[in-house]
Design a protein around this ligand. Structure first.
Ligand code: GDP
Length: 296
């Protein structure tokens, strides 16, 4: 990912060598390269514009001290701004709640909600010794309910039964009740996804959110969606008080620009990256690592 950007920034260093101060003029070509690289990485235009503007403001007039070349100084600013844009540090899940801590999974169909629900259950069980319960409220697709049941079986995590004749809110409330009575630490609520955003779907998940009062509302988004991720993220962010983002399919050949775009449009922290179909493929997101990767 972003191989082009590191290549281009190598060029930036050369372009600016020998100048003692960063000026609008000597940064112009370099910033154009950064802009093009970000666009090629599928970062949405408004996010790119904002980023370039921030870098410009930060860098302009900056004196280049010590043994740094102006190019290195500019790369420093680009790196810092990129890290800042993606969040200053890794944000962990907030599970501080009277148990069960409810995690609501939101996103379009195919984004990876069900897979991520299973991955999260595994992670919380193994790394934090949490007692986790999984439930599906996808009453439109019996296959989705079965998929979660199968995952729960593979993971040896408990699963709360539901079926297509029930209402999503009723399922979730019954699962919370069950979780309370059986002392679960965490309840992960998987939700229905549609192929596109529609009002009925948004109203349903809003009602579900109000009913279950989750400590975490995670927006799951496919990194391969590139620029399209922006509109979907915007719609979910306007409907729900999202607490975090999971960017899935980072193992694919996407350029990863969705990370910057989704972050820009929601302002919410990316908490995890999905890195494979296997249930071990979930990693905490580290903005600084991502920035390093971006810059090579
Ligand atoms: P949902 O409709 O949002 O619940 O999406 P699913 O969890 O059913 O995932 C849709 C497809 O994406 C499935 O084939 C998953 O195996 C796949 N998938 C989910 N997360 C990842 C990931 O991080 N990497 C890859 N390569 N595939 C993933």
């Amino acid at each position: 990912m972003f191989e082009n950007l590191s290549g281009r920034l190598g060029g930036v260093v050369k372009t600016l060598r020998g100048n003692a101060r960063l000026t609008e003029d000597n940064m112009k070509d370099a910033l154009r390269e950064v802009r093009m690289a970000l666009l090629e990485a599928d970062v949405a235009l408004p996010a790119v514009k904002q980023f370039i503007a921030d870098v410009k403001v930060r860098a302009e007039g900056q004196e280049v001290v010590g043994s740094l070349t102006p190019g290195q100084a500019l790369i420093g600013v680009v790196y810092e701004e990129l890290t800042k844009l993606m969040g200053a540090q890794n944000d962990a899940l907030n599970l501080a709640a009277v148990p069960p801590a409810v995690i609501l999974m939101a996103g379009l169909q195919g984004a990876g909600k069900t897979t991520t629900s299973g991955k999260l259950a595994k992670l919380l069980k193994e790394t934090q010794k949490k007692k986790v319960l999984l439930v599906s409220t996808d009453v439109y697709r019996p296959a989705a309910i079965e998929q979660l049941k199968t995952l729960a079986g593979q993971l040896a995590v408990d699963w709360f039964p539901s079926d297509v004749s029930q209402k999503p809110v009723d399922i979730a409330l019954a699962a919370i009740d069950h979780a309370k009575r059986h002392f679960y630490d965490v309840l992960i609520v998987d939700t229905a996804g549609r192929l596109a955003i529609d009002e009925a779907m948004m109203a349903e998940i809003k009602a579900l959110h109000a009913a279950v009062n989750p400590v975490e509302t995670l927006f799951v988004v496919d990194a391969m969606q590139g620029q399209d991720a922006v509109n979907v993220a915007q719609a979910f962010n306007q409907t729900l008080p999202l607490t975090g983002i999971v960017l899935t399919k980072m193992d694919g050949d996407s350029r990863g620009g969705a990370a910057l775009s989704v972050r820009h449009v929601t302002g919410k922290p990316i908490k995890f990256l999905g890195t494979g179909e296997k249930l071990t493929g979930l990693e905490p997101f580290h903005p600084d690592r991502m920035a390093s990767r971006v810059l090579g």
